[in-house]
Write a protein that binds this ligand. Structure first.
Ligand SMILES: CC(=O)[C@@H](O)[C@H](O)COP(=O)(O)O
Ligand SMILES: NCC(=O)COP(=O)(O)O
Length: 238
């Protein structure tokens, strides 16, 4: 069954906008789990524009589902994750000033680096996932890094789906087929939404987790958080 991990970056964006502690990130994470979320995802960026490193620490005792911390494995991020010990770490090759995540790893060019980083997390029993484009050579490269899972970067699918181009699923389905053959776990994320999630899930065999934030929070402004989480769960379990 595909698990729903709610990315709460945008809650921290709203909190930081007024300089106080409203909405409280930890309270939101507890409520999201109570509403049915099967995981909480955060992406503490170096500039702490939304999730702060201290949020990662404060959330640890309160996340009783799956705790996923995403980020570029720079030294400060590595130290934070090794300190907090989440369920899973998802490695993302973001530039420091990236407005959002916008590409997967070059798993061939960065193989040696990824092998070392992944080993360090796995030695602490932290499950690893690496953010990749739906490119068969990159999936093969991901296997060579020793990672437990991949996270398929789904912005391309989401954009094309919104234009009515359902064939955009094809590279993702082919990548998933290869990942399954290689014994790689499959996660997915970025720009997934209530509109596009069901078609995606139905075409990706053994999809273990989707992490969703931006659309889920935007949809919740109109439909309510509990209702939206339940709607995602219904689409994922259908
Ligand atoms: C890796 C990924 O695609 C998203 O999880 C990303 O973390 C979103 O980051 P922002 O919330 O900063 O856009
Ligand atoms: N890994 C994807 C994620 O956590 C959330 O991405 P988005 O839904 O905010 O685009």
């Amino acid at each position: 069954m595909t698990k729903l991990s709610v990315n709460i970056n945008k809650i921290a964006t709203l909190r930081n906008s007024r300089g106080g502690d409203v909405p409280n990130v930890v309270t939101f994470a507890k409520d999201a789990q109570r509403f049915g979320a099967e995981g909480i995802t955060i992406h503490p960026r170096p500039d702490e524009r939304h999730i702060r490193y201290q949020d990662a620490r404060d959330l640890k005792p309160e996340v009783y589902t799956e705790y996923n911390i995403e980020g570029n494995p720079i030294e400060s991020f590595m130290n934070l994750v090794l300190e907090v010990k989440p369920t899973q770490v998802t490695l993302v090759p973001d530039a420091v000033d990236a407005i959002t995540s916008n590409a997967g790893w070059d798993t061939i060019k960065h193989k040696d680096f990824l092998v070392d980083v992944i080993k360090e997390f796995q030695q602490k029993d932290i499950r690893t996932s690496i953010f990749v484009d739906p490119d068969l050579k990159q999936i093969e490269g991901a296997k060579a890094t020793g990672t437990d899972r991949i996270e398929l970067y789904t912005e391309g699918y989401a954009h094309q789906y919104s234009l009515g181009n359902k064939a955009a699923i094809n590279p993702y389905a082919e990548s998933a087929e290869l990942a399954n053959e290689l014994g790689l776990g499959i996660n997915a994320g970025h720009d997934l939404s209530l509109d596009n999630i069901e078609f995606f899930k139905n075409n990706i065999p053994n999809l273990l987790e989707v992490s969703i934030g931006h659309a889920l929070i935007a949809e919740s402004l109109y439909l309510g958080v509990e209702n939206v989480i339940q709607m995602y769960l219904s689409k994922l379990k259908s």
